[in-house]
Design a binder for this molecule. Structure first.
Ligand code: F6R
Length: 260
């Protein structure tokens, strides 16, 4: 696992965008795994800018979402398909075609069946070239909450109270408006991505980052399974990295390998 600690989330996101763009551009069958939430927004802005500059495109790519709330209205602004569409779809964004944006069907009458169909749909893309991840303050990735299986496939998950509180800022600051279920890629599904880049910003992610990078692998902190993936970069700002013991070494190593 490589770790990069940057002074600001903007600098971190610019580094992440370059890594994502070079991976997608080099891929024979480009498939970008996309996260929602606040964390990747600067990265998406960088990708839109690169598209406007003519140095990057998702025109020939597919994009695969991590998760979707169950039962959220199709026209809700926080429905993840709508969020990702607003960030990435169209010639004025990144060139991604709407029909090549894959998201779980959170409106399906049977969300369990929709989860299993989504796992098949991900496989049908040929596999994720690079997966962008955020990190929950409780250590979740996608919506894999503590104590889930490390080999889980796409499934229906109940969100922790902590996650619903964290996400209430998107729902008029009222936890009761936050859906309690989501369809999420499983940890086993996520681990099949060829590359993974995880971003974490802010002090409230510091405990989860410490466990992810320096803690034992434990279902109590689901992101720790990434220690078993051979190609992961964790990109943070100073606040999220504040509880790491070997921060200076991580930056020296990343500089030697990646930063020029
Ligand atoms: C979103 C997702 C979640 C978020 C995480 C962090 O698709 O899968 O794991 O990445 O909850 O959310 P933010 O970025 O809003 O802090």
């Amino acid at each position: 696992m490589l770790v990069g600690v940057f002074a600001t989330k903007e600098e971190a996101s610019a580094f992440a965008a370059k890594h994502v763009a070079s991976t997608i551009t080099a891929a024979e069958n480009p498939v970008l795994g996309v996260a929602t939430g606040s964390t990747p927004l600067d990265l998406y802005r960088e990708l839109r800018q690169a598209h406007a500059d003519g140095t990057f495109t998702l025109e020939n790519a597919k994009a695969v979402a991590l998760d979707e709330y169950v039962g959220i209205a199709e026209d809700h602004v926080e429905r993840y398909r709508n969020v990702l569409s607003a960030e990435l779809v169209g010639a004025d964004k990144t060139g991604l075609a709407d029909e090549r944006l894959y998201t779980p069907d959170g409106s399906a009458a049977d969300p369990f069946e929709a989860a299993s169909q989504y796992d098949k749909a991900i496989k049908s893309t040929g596999g994720v070239s690079i997966q962008i991840l955020g990190l929950g303050s409780d250590g979740h990735i996608a919506f894999n909450e503590p104590s889930g299986s490390f080999v889980s496939r796409t499934h229906v998950e109940a969100l922790t109270r902590q996650t619903r509180e964290d996400n209430s800022r998107f729902f008029d600051n009222d936890i009761n408006n936050v859906p309690s279920l989501a369809i999420t890629q499983g940890l086993g599904t996520i681990m099949e991505a060829q590359r993974i880049i995880l971003l974490a910003f802010g002090e409230n992610k510091a405990d989860a980052v410490r466990e992810l990078v320096e803690g034992p692998i434990s279902a109590a902190w689901p992101a720790t399974i990434l220690q078993m993936h051979a190609n992961v970069i964790v990109v943070t700002d100073e606040a999220a990295a504040s509880k790491l013991e070997l921060k200076d070494f991580y930056n020296d190593r990343l500089a030697a390998l990646y930063r020029s």
